[in-house]
Design a protein around this ligand. Structure first.
Ligand code: 9WN
Length: 440
């Protein structure tokens, strides 16, 4: 049960192990999520990694974020992958020769000297930058960290609230499942079914060199991921010109966008700038999220398919993430807590960690990636959300479950939500970083 002491680890020992993982995954300018499976820099991973690193290596935390933002596109987007040129092309698919960002993304402002993907991931960065600053204000001030990052973070937010408001509904849309960070979530099954899959054999899945096929997305998923990414690339990664067959408003993505806007208000204030615009954006986004995605019947925020013009009924942990939003209406926070502890997520009853997807859902699979397993970043965000909504006792129980599971699993990428059996990579960076954060 949540709150049980774990005799197998001590805080000092766990922190030492987490530091070792992050040390081993450090490349000199950023941290890989996992040496074998993900040998480049990933956008939201880097934000979570900086949040952990700041406690014991604040310089590396700052470098993690400045390296990522050095690859920002002129239109404001922060790419979901920044490729390491020293890594062979066949180490990860899709590789830079697939994305061709420097040429095909040139009109959208992709950098010429670093290879990136043209997609994005959830915007955890302003929060990470603010927390990194707070951990070492002197070092941050000396290096001009916040002042350097603030205009870039603002441009990133304005890309998402501008060109990415594809529905004109006041929320950011994602145009590819990879952009949600929850790649094969059952939420995407219906919108993806519209996408004509790329021919089999037109690419090679390097992920299966390292991952168990039963834990990863299917080949058919990959054929659709490839088709969508090619279409976006072939339209110069231009949001308005691409004929999107996938465009979805994801509540978790938008909740993080709101949290980032609040963090930007803090950053602006610390720099002596006017925070008002950020506060207004945060409020408008919160109102839009509640109006567009809150579903009182299920007690959960639901995704909205902009192409079909309908709400997607799948219950995913992304719909619980708005718990992190400051000032969420009280009745909504209460309902989210009931949902989290009810039969669909069973927190504190059947599970000690929040699963990624509905335990009662038809598509539930305890080992396949984002179709059921519990993930550490999601649980870290929910722990934060519980504190935000004034539930410190519940947050403490979840914190202790996260730490125990991180210790017992060898910092696994994800876990079977019932048995907590580890799946995916071990020594996974954000698992180590977020455990280190919770230990401080
Ligand atoms: C595609 C790096 C990333 C995470 C995502 C996770 C997974 C990539 C993949 O790994 O996605 O971006 O190859 O499966 O779904 O959340 O950022 O850790």
């Amino acid at each position: 049960p949540a709150g049980t002491a774990h005799p197998g680890w001590t805080p000092a020992g766990l922190l030492r192990r987490a530091r070792r993982v992050l040390h081993d995954n450090w490349t000199g300018s950023s941290t890989v999520p996992s040496r074998a499976l993900y040998p480049h820099q990933w956008s939201w991973d880097s934000a979570f990694i900086a949040i952990g690193l700041r406690h014991f290596a604040p310089e590396r935390a700052r470098r993690e974020l400045t390296t990522l933002f050095a690859a920002q596109w002129a239109d404001g987007r922060v790419p979901h992958i920044v490729f390491n040129p020293a890594v062979p092309l066949d180490a990860y698919f899709p590789s830079p020769d697939f994305w061709r960002s420097a040429t095909d993304g040139a009109a959208a402002g992709a950098p010429a000297t670093v290879q990136t993907s043209g997609l994005v991931q959830p915007p955890v960065h302003a929060l990470a930058a603010w927390l990194t600053h707070l951990a070492d204000p002197a070092g941050s001030g000396r290096t001009g960290f916040l002042a350097g990052l603030y205009p870039k973070l603002t441009a990133w937010q304005r890309y998402l609230t501008g060109p990415r408001d594809l529905g004109g509904r006041g929320l950011a849309a994602i145009v590819h499942p990879w952009e949600s960070g929850m790649d094969n979530s059952p939420c995407w099954d219906a919108p993806l079914a519209r996408v004509a899959p790329a021919p089999p054999g037109s690419f090679r899945r390097c992920d299966l060199d390292h991952g168990d096929p039963g834990d990863r997305p299917t080949d058919l998923d990959y054929r659709r991921y490839v088709a969508l990414a090619r279409t976006y690339r072939d339209h110069g990664y231009h949001d308005a010109r691409t004929p999107h067959s996938f465009a979805v408003e994801d509540p978790g993505f938008n909740a993080l966008l709101i949290l980032a806007e609040h963090a930007l208000a803090e950053i602006a204030q610390a720099l002596g700038a006017d925070p008002t615009d950020h506060r207004i954006h945060a409020e408008e986004l919160t109102n839009a999220l509640v109006k567009r995605c809150w579903d009182g019947r299920t007690g959960l925020f639901l995704c909205h398919d902009l192409i079909a013009g309908r709400t997607l009924p799948a219950r995913s942990a992304t719909g619980l993430l708005p718990l992190v939003v400051p000032g969420l209406p009280g009745h909504i926070a209460d309902a989210l807590l009931r949902t989290m502890e009810g039969e669909h997520f069973s927190l504190g009853h059947g599970t000690r960690l929040v699963p990624s997807y509905d335990l009662c859902g038809k598509a539930f699979d305890a080992s396949r990636y984002w179709r059921g397993p519990a993930w550490f970043n999601v649980n870290w965000l929910i722990e934060r959300g519980l504190r935000e909504q004034g539930r410190p006792a519940r947050a403490a129980g979840l914190r202790s479950a996260i730490l125990g599971a991180a210790a017992d699993s060898g910092f696994a990428e994800y876990l079977d939500p019932y048995t907590e059996q580890p799946h995916g990579a071990r020594n996974f960076s954000w698992t180590a970083a977020l455990a280190a954060d919770l230990l401080e």
